[in-house]
Ligand binder design. Structure first.
Ligand SMILES: [Zn+2]
Ligand SMILES: [Zn+2]
Length: 254
């Protein structure tokens, strides 16, 4: 069985086709999925998904790409993370690719999320794009290693992966690892310890080969696992077992 550790089932492309999406998950042995929150306005829908399906979980957080939405305080995030189906804080982090200029607000928001995670003792889901140095620095300054979590949709170097692992974080690979030119991501997937690896779709984005360019969905996480098995020269079953075990251990759910 496979677990999609990061998807956005509340986004319209997916939310309007849930029956088909669940059927495809079942056909591909994708048993569980974590629905990741990107802003407080839409969080109730994410939470409802997790509370009305026993194989879905939720997180709470505000994505660094959203500048003009409700700014969360650590206390507010802790409160929203109280329900047991809310298993993580995020996604949070830094994105210097999508937005430019003075991004101090992103760094401050990221700090609030790390503080919240420590207060409620739930792991972090971290998004980082063209901002690895600042991301690792703030993780260290705020003591993110106390709760750990996952560096999601990983696209950074092996050194960045190793530094995150030293801070008690796992590394999650998306469909990007199946892209022909993703040499560095493939190297990371081949090299880091198997017990630090998670798999995800980040659907509706980033569909893996052979669905590249189409709307992604949790069932496609199987193709991410297949690529990792190929890269590491191990069986698909071994990748499935390890990544599923890693997911349940990290998010403390059964
Ligand atoms: Zn992300
Ligand atoms: Zn995401």
């Amino acid at each position: 069985m496979f677990v999609d550790s990061h998807c956005h089932l509340d986004f319209p492309d997916l939310a309007n086709n849930l029956d088909e999406i669940f059927e495809n998950m079942q056909q591909n042995q994708v048993t569980h999925a974590l629905c990741v929150s990107v802003n407080l306005e839409d969080f109730p829908r994410v939470r409802t998904l997790a509370e009305s399906h026993n194989n879905l979980y939720a997180s709470v957080g505000v994505h660094p790409d959203y500048e003009n939405l409700t700014e969360p305080s650590a206390a507010q995030l802790v409160k929203l993370a109280e329900p047991s189906r809310v298993v993580a804080i995020g996604e949070t982090g830094l994105d210097y690719f999508r937005l430019k200029g003075d991004l101090e607000w992103q760094r401050e928001r990221f700090r609030q999320h790390i503080r919240a995670a420590k207060q409620c003792n739930k792991p972090l889901i971290i998004h980082t794009r063209e901002a690895a140095v600042d991301t690792l620095r703030i993780m260290a300054e705020e003591g993110a290693d106390h709760v750990g979590g996952v560096m999601h949709c990983f696209t950074e170097s092996l050194e960045v992966a190793q530094q995150a692992i030293e801070m008690n974080f796992s590394i999650s690979f998306s469909g990007i690892v199946t892209f022909k030119n993703a040499h560095i991501v493939k190297e990371v997937a081949r090299t880091i310890p198997l017990d630090k690896i998670l798999i995800e779709t980040d659907s509706p984005y980033l569909a893996p080969v052979p669905f590249r360019g189409k709307t992604n969905q949790p069932a496609f996480v199987r193709h991410v696992a297949e690529e990792i098995a190929k890269l590491r020269e191990i069986s698909l079953e071994e990748v499935a077992t390890a990544t599923t075990h890693n997911f349940f251990r990290l998010f403390k759910v059964a």
